[in-house]
Design a protein around this ligand. Structure first.
Ligand code: FRU
Length: 580
C-alpha cells in the first residue's frame, strides 16, 4: 500500500549531466537516487533565509547522522555540494513538501554557483560553506595543516564538522575533503591536533591525533587518529574520553608538557579555563581551574591556548581566552601572562586588567600551530565576529568567513608589563612586488599618492610617519563609488584607529559599521603595515594589531595621505601589490 503512495515527480535531467530521480512518500519524505553508481557531486539548492530540513546520506561511512539543510523553498540562493560514491547513491530528505522549488533545482556535476565577489588573495577562504574557528593546526612532514569549524551543507553555522586544508608556506592553501563529520555522540566542535611521537596513545608512532569536543546533549571530549598525514581519521571506539556535567565544556587545545612528561589539555568551562592532564590522551585527570575573577567576562570563555614564549632572559606562559560576546567588541581574544608548572596557571596579569591579542572586530578563536620545529610560535584566528557573522544576511553567498593572516607571536616588555605582539609570518614577503616608494612627504590636509591602483590587487603598504603638530595622521583608501576606509593615528587621544563605517557595504547588520580603537605607542615616529585584501584589512603598529572585514562595492583605486589640525611627515611609504 505504502508503495502505491510513491510518486515520481522528477525524472531525467539530461542538461545537467547524470540523471537522477526524486521519489516522494506522503509524509514529506523524499528519496533522491542517482542513476549511475559512480563518484559524483550532487548540488543541493539552498536558501539561507528558510528553516532546516533533515538530509541523510544512506550508506555513507562518513556522514552517519542526518545533516540539517536550509533547502530552497521559494527561491534558490546558491548550491552546496554533496560528494557521493557508489556506496552512497541515495539521499533521503525529511521535512520538505512537494511545493519546494528545490525539487526542480538539484544538479549533478560542475559547480553551478556563479563566481563569488569577495574571495581573498592572502587570507584563507573555504572553497564553499560556512567556516568558523581554526582547529587542529599542526605542522607535520613539511605541511601546515589547518582544520576548521565547517558546515559542509550551508554557508550559515550548523552541522559542525572539521574542514581540512594544507599549505607548504602558510600563504597558499590546498583544500582537502572534510576530515570529521558529526556522529552519534554529537557535532564536532573546536579542538586541536598533536603528533604522538612516542606512541603514548597506542595508535602508532607519529600518529596525528585530533582532540575535539563532541557537542551532543552534553559537551564532552573525543579523539580521532590519522596515520596518513591527516588525509583520513579513525574515531576512537571508546569516545568520549572526558565527560562533565558542565554545560559549557569545550575546545581542548592539547600540548606535551616536557617537565612533567604528560599531555596537558586547557579547556573552556563556562567563565573559566580548566586544565587536565593525561599520560596517553585517552585518560584525563583534572588539575586546576583559572579565571573567574580575571579579565573580561561578557559571555562565556572559549578556545583556550596555553603557550610558552621567551621573555627577557627566561620564559613566560601565555593563556589565550576567547570572549564570546563582549558588549562592546562582540567576539575578541584576551590573554594572561604567568607561569605554569604542569598543574596550575599562576597569573602575573592583575585581575582587573585586560589586554587583547587583536583590537579589530574580526579576529576570534586565535590559537597556535603545534609541532613547529623552527622555534616560531604561529597563530591564526577566525576573521569574523559572532555579533553579526552568523546572521541571516551577509555580503557573501555560497561561502562565509575567512581566517586571519598567520601571525608570529612574541612577548615584549612594554610599560613594565609583558605584552604579546603579533606580526604576519615572514613567508608573505615572497609574494610582494613594490609598485610605489616615496620618502619625506610633508602632509597637510590631504595628499593623493601618485600610484596607480588596479582595484583588483591585494595591497601590502608599509609606512613610517611622525606628527609635526597634526592631531590626526593617516592613510585613506577609496574608490569612485564614494566609499573610503580610514586608517589613522589619533595623536590627541593617543590611539590607533580603523574606521570602516564608509568603507563599503555595511547595512547587513546594525553592529557592523564601526570605528575601532587600539593602543598606540608613545614613540615619536609610528610605523604601520596595512594588509588590504578584497574583503578585509589588517593593520600592524609597534604595539597593536587589528583585523576588520570590509566589503567595498568596488576595489579601492585611490590612496591618500591625510592629516587633521596640523602637519605630519611621512618619512617613507612603500606600496606593494601581492603577486601569487
Ligand atoms: C567559538 C565556538 C567554540 C565552539 C565552536 C562551535 O567560536 O563557539 O567554543 O567549539 O565555536 O562552532
Amino acid at each position: 500500500m505504502k508503495r502505491l503512495c510513491l510518486m515520481l515527480v522528477a525524472v531525467v535531467l539530461t542538461a545537467c549531466g547524470t540523471p537522477f530521480t526524486i521519489e516522494f512518500s506522503d509524509d514529506n519524505t523524499a528519496v533522491i537516487r542517482l542513476a549511475k553508481a559512480k563518484e559524483q557531486t550532487l548540488w543541493i539548492p539552498i536558501d539561507n533565509l528558510v528553516g532546516e530540513v533533515q538530509l541523510t546520506v544512506d550508506g555513507s561511512q562518513e556522514i552517519t547522522v542526518p545533516l540539517n539543510v536550509r533547502l530552497a523553498k521559494e527561491r534558490v540562493q546558491y548550491w552546496m555540494p554533496l560528494y557521493l560514491t557508489p556506496a552512497t547513491e541515495q539521499i533521503t530528505i525529511k521535512g520538505a513538501d512537494k511545493q519546494f522549488v528545490a525539487w526542480q533545482e538539484f544538479k549533478v556535476g560542475e559547480n553551478p554557483n556563479p563566481e563569488q565577489k569577495y574571495r581573498q588573495t592572502l587570507h584563507y577562504t573555504p572553497h564553499i560553506g560556512w567556516a568558523n574557528d581554526p582547529n587542529g593546526m599542526v605542522y607535520h612532514n613539511g605541511e601546515w595543516h589547518l582544520f576548521h569549524q565547517y558546515n559542509p551543507v550551508g554557508s550559515r553555522w550548523g552541522n559542525m564538522s572539521w574542514a581540512h586544508a594544507v599549505s607548504r608556506d602558510l600563504v597558499t592553501w590546498e583544500h582537502l575533503p572534510t576530515a570529521l563529520y558529526p556522529d552519534e555522540i554529537g557535532a564536532i566542535f573546536s579542538g586541536s591536533c598533536v603528533i604522538d611521537k612516542e606512541n603514548t596513545a597506542g595508535f602508532g608512532k607519529d600518529a596525528m591525533i585530533a582532540i575535539y569536543t563532541s557537542a551532543g546533549r552534553k559537551q564532552s571530549q573525543s579523539i580521532a587518529y590519522s596515520l596518513d598525514n591527516g588525509r583520513t581519521f579513525t574515531k576512537y571506539e571508546k569516545n568520549p574520553v572526558l565527560v562533565s556535567e558542565q554545560v559549557d565544556f569545550r575546545d581542548p587545545k592539547v600540548f606535551w608538557h616536557e617537565p612533567t612528561e604528560r599531555w596537558i589539555m586547557p579547556l573552556a568551562c563556562g567563565n573559566a579555563m580548566e586544565f587536565y592532564s593525561s599520560p596517553n590522551l585517552r585518560e584525563w585527570h583534572f588539575e586546576s581551574r583559572f579565571g573567574e575573577e580575571y579579565g573580561c567576562h561578557g559571555g562565556v570563555w572559549e578556545c583556550p591556548d596555553l603557550i610558552e614564549l621567551p621573555y627577557k632572559d627566561g620564559k613566560k606562559w601565555v593563556l589565550f581566552c576567547s570572549l564570546t560576546r563582549d558588549a562592546e567588541h562582540g567576539s575578541s581574544v584576551q590573554y594572561f601572562v604567568g607561569d605554569f608548572d604542569g598543574h596550575t596557571f599562576v597569573c602575573d596579569t592583575p585581575k582587573e586588567y585586560t589586554d587583547f591579542i587583536g583590537w579589530g572586530r574580526d579576529n576570534y578563536a586565535i590559537v597556535t600551530w603545534s609541532n613547529v620545529s623552527d622555534g616560531r610560535t604561529i597563530a591564526l584566528g577566525w576573521q569574523n565576529n559572532w555579533q553579526y557573522g552568523s546572521e541571516q544576511e551577509f555580503p557573501t553567498t555560497d561561502f562565509r568567513s575567512y581566517m586571519s593572516l598567520p601571525y608570529e607571536l612574541k612577548l615584549i616588555e612594554h610599560e613594565g608589563r609583558a605584552k604579546l605582539i603579533s606580526k604576519p609570518v615572514k613567508e608573505f614577503s615572497d609574494y610582494l612586488q613594490p609598485i610605489h616608494t616615496q620618502e619625506s612627504i610633508t602632509v597637510a590636509a590631504e595628499q593623493a599618492l601618485p600610484v596607480e591602483l588596479s582595484g583588483k590587487d591585494a595591497l601590502w603598504i608599509e609606512c613610517e610617519m611622525e606628527s609635526k603638530g597634526a592631531k590626526v595622521m593617516g592613510v585613506k583608501l577609496s574608490n569612485d563609488c564614494g566609499e573610503a576606509l580610514k586608517i589613522y593615528f589619533d595623536n590627541g587621544e593617543q590611539a590607533f584607529k580603523v574606521d570602516r563605517r564608509e568603507a563599503g557595504i555595511s547595512d547587513f547588520h546594525e553592529r557592523f559599521p564601526s570605528e575601532i580603537s587600539a593602543p598606540m605607542s608613545s614613540a615619536k615616529s609610528q610605523t604601520l603595515t596595512i594588509v588590504l585584501d578584497h574583503a578585509s584589512v589588517e593593520c600592524f603598529t609597534d604595539i597593536s594589531a587589528t583585523s576588520d572585514l570590509i566589503f567595498p562595492t568596488e576595489g579601492y583605486t585611490h590612496l591618500t595621505l591625510y592629516t587633521a589640525d596640523g602637519e605630519a611627515q611621512v618619512k617613507r611609504i612603500t606600496v606593494n601589490k601581492v603577486v601569487k
